[in-house]
Ligand binder design. Sequence first.
Ligand code: ATP
Ligand code: MG
Length: 427
Amino acid sequence: MAEKINAVKGMNDIMPPDSARWEWLEDKVRSLMGRYAYRMIRTPVVEPTQLFVRGTGETTDIVEKEMYSFEDRLNGEQLTLRPENTPGVVRAAIEHNLTYDGGKRLYYIGQMFRHERPQRGRYRQFYQLGAEVLGFPGPEIDAELMVLAHQLLAELGLRNIRVELNSLGIPTERKTHRAALVSYLEGHTALLDEDARRRLHTNPLRILDTKNPAMQEMVRGAPRLLDYLGDGSLQHLETVQRLLDACGVAWTVNARLVRGLDYYSHTVFEFITDELGAQGTLCGGGRYDGLFEVLGGKPTAAVGWGMGLERVLELVAQQSGALAAPVPDAYAVVPMPQALPVAMTTLQLLRAVGVSVQMHAGAAEGMGSMKSQFKKADASGARFALIFGADELAQGMVTVKSLRDGSGAQVQRPLAEAAGWAAVLRA
Ligand code: ATP
Ligand code: MG
């Protein structure tokens, strides 16, 4: 036998029966996005490396150490498997002048790639649901996006998720704060770990969200960006808070919630659970009014979030238990290969009117015994067997046998009028 080939470490296969959960989740997402009038956008998984160097930021963990980058062997282009999708969405919006006639509300679901240490809730390929709203500077959109995320998690049946909120103000406010922060941190260099020292002059804001326990105390005493916000920024934050209150979304301010990059402004937020261990952030987002310009576009307000779907589904499994595996309505028992043409055309009719039918497959073995076919019908979970026996077919009929109610009741139905009696199978 040839040697087996396994999946790349940290990259998961999603297979039945678990894939049913993903279909369930994606259906819920589509339905809710439709109700909020958000439209789908799909951009390539591979983008020019420069898009992320500029759009995600040179000083971020992602760009410093987590990207899958490679050179196209055929033309030498520097390419990267997207580690996040906001830069791709903004690139596409600029490239196609998407906001020429007004703002746009967008969403996507897709794979992201980050070379991280794989662990629970942290993979090298993972799925993100993202929502991005382009062209609206007002706080009501920040609130709408958060209300949307909140409603989605609620419609998935999830509980005990808290919302943390902060404001990053505008660039001039951040500049003043940054100077104060750097001088504070320089007064405590002995306490800074290696990462923090490296970031001290590149991305000091990021030091505030360190997970290093040895730095917590020192960081707690650092100047808070919130104290440097002007009236406009405070007003923006307060409007978001008031609208969240009005919509019944509870929030707390976390002054240390940051995104380190200059193109962020105003609102940043996270949806967090304490029930998934260390990987408890389900959704993170914020306003990035400066990104269009960084990527060569016209100044355009923008705000969005990304949600890790593996984490969401793990919490669903934990809080709601197993999802019932999907079963077909009926299983088609076909005693003889000669019955296949009639059986298959009848099944087409049934499927056209919404019935789910699994056909017995076994023509290579003369279809197999009735006993073995009924065993398969039973295992399929179908409520009915459709029996395409020679006697029935001769009369233009098929037998519909009840498999689950204990009665074993059998009724004959006319083949030609399948659409007429299809409803009994779906009851
Ligand atoms: P974390 O602090 O958990 O690393 P992050 O700040 O890197 O998160 P974002 O870039 O904001 O995350 O991505 C949004 C969401 O995507 C996260 O809140 C999380 O739910 C999910 N996510 C991020 N990285 C991974 C990963 N490696 N595997 C699975 N999900 C992930
Ligand atoms: Mg990360």
